[in-house]
Design a protein around this ligand. Structure first.
Ligand code: GLA
Length: 405
């Protein structure tokens, strides 16, 4: 903001305050632990409407997802209609005839929060109106509707500087005064982990997910990625994550076509790596197996651990990898991943494998410190005083929770 010099002369001290806007900040405390919710894109693409979103809100409560910690119901691309004569964005009157405010009220009445989607360019990835040049106006519209979460995409942004574009929307959200979680969706193209911690609460680290184990699914000019390719792209990123700033591995594909074993591994890896847990399946018709995975209290507790330390790859033995996540009260979660297509027997002699983590400053010498472990999915227990052996299913994981003895 600039002021006329004469005005500045007379009222310098007062106007210094008015004319120099304080540096904007994102809203803190919205994602002290990774956000949990549901998003429409993976299952519904552009087929979103208010009836389905209302049903999903009801299913989120009835299925036990809300009780397990899922909070946000996020409408992805394609809710948009056109802008009115003053440039205000409106919901598509055919698919959202009651309007966004009514939908927000419905969702809030069930103790849930509503998220919305926009894009830093002129158009969204599906060709709906983006927020470019309308950032403050759109943020204000969302705030007036009572929106709680903004996912902000990166299509149609040729020539725009990403950090500036996301700063503008961060500032626009801040200026509304309504705390809205800001989810940056820039696919990791410009290393958002290096510049987005003060802008948003999470940033996508990769392109879009696809429900497969190790495939890449080509869409011509880009491909979507299975569980293992997304996992491998997290290398080197854990130091950027922490309370309020998460590496987002994308909305989950649990219940969307992979095997139960693969779904369990996918969910466990996202939980261990402190990714936001955003379900992407149809909650109205999910199987018991899918529901049990998504609501697993032991895995959710690991993801939502107060310290917010992302797991590190501790041991790499080719097809078997071992991840470790430091937890509150001196505990740890240890995940054994079998990437292979056949089961693998695995033996870990704790005494020969110390752990040192420069990022959290934590270390373990199992000769000096003993832990009790509990198998989070299968329920067994034991101690690090004896060698651990397990048969890891093909494409499967075993997760142990260690507590100091
Ligand atoms: C991009 C995003 C997806 C989804 C679609 C919507 O591909 O990465 O998560 O939001 O756009 O068009």
């Amino acid at each position: 903001m600039t002021c006329h010099p004469i005005v500045r002369l007379g009222l310098a001290s007062i106007l210094a305050l008015l004319c120099t806007p304080a540096a904007a900040q994102k809203f803190e405390q919205l994602a002290h632990t990774p956000q949990m919710g549901w998003n429409s894109w993976n299952s519904f693409g552009c087929n979103v409407d208010e009836k389905m979103i209302r049903q999903m809100a009801d299913a989120m409560v009835a299925s036990g997802m809300k009780a397990a910690g899922y909070e946000y119901l996020n409408i992805d691309d394609c809710w948009h209609g056109t802008r009115d004569a003053d440039g205000n964005i409106q919901a598509d009157p055919k698919t959202f005839p009651s309007g966004m405010k009514a939908l927000v009220d419905y969702v809030h009445a069930r103790g849930l929060k509503l998220g919305i989607y926009s894009d830093a360019g002129n158009t969204t990835c599906a060709g709906r109106p983006g927020s470019r040049g309308h950032e403050y106006q759109d943020a204000l519209t969302y705030a007036r509707w009572g929106i709680d979460y903004v996912k902000y995409d990166w299509c149609d942004t040729k020539g725009i500087d990403p950090a500036s574009a996301y700063t503008t929307m961060r500032d626009a959200i801040r200026a509304t005064g309504r705390p809205m979680l800001f989810s940056i969706c820039e696919w990791g193209d410009n290393k958002p982990w290096e510049w987005a911690a003060d802008l948003g609460h999470s940033w996508r680290t990769t392109g879009d997910i696809f429900p497969c184990w190790r495939c890449e699914h080509s869409h011509g000019s880009w491909s979507s990625l299975g569980v293992l390719p997304i996992l491998d792209k997290q290398a080197g990123l854990r130091k950027y994550a922490g309370p309020g700033r998460w590496n987002d591995m994308d909305m989950m594909e649990v219940g969307n076509g992979m095997s139960e074993e693969e779904d369990r591994s996918h969910f466990s890896l996202w939980a261990m790596l402190a990714s936001p847990l955003i379900a992407g399946n149809d909650l109205r018709s999910m199987s018991d197996a899918t529901r049990r995975i998504l609501t697993h209290p032991g895995m959710i507790a690991i993801n939502q651990d107060r310290l917010g330390i992302q797991a590190m790859k501790w041991l790499d033995e080719g097809d078997v990898e071992v991840y470790i996540k430091p937890l509150d009260r001196g505990g740890y979660a240890v995940l054994f991943l079998n990437r292979d297509d056949v089961p693998r027997d695995y033996t870990l002699d704790w005494a020969f494998n110390g752990m040192k983590d420069d990022i959290s400053g934590r270390a373990i010498d199992f000769n000096k410190q003993r832990f009790a472990w509990r198998d989070v999915w299968n329920g067994g227990s034991g101690s690090t005083g004896t060698v651990y052996t397990a048969t890891l299913p093909a494409h499967g994981v075993v997760v142990l929770r260690l507590s100091p003895q």
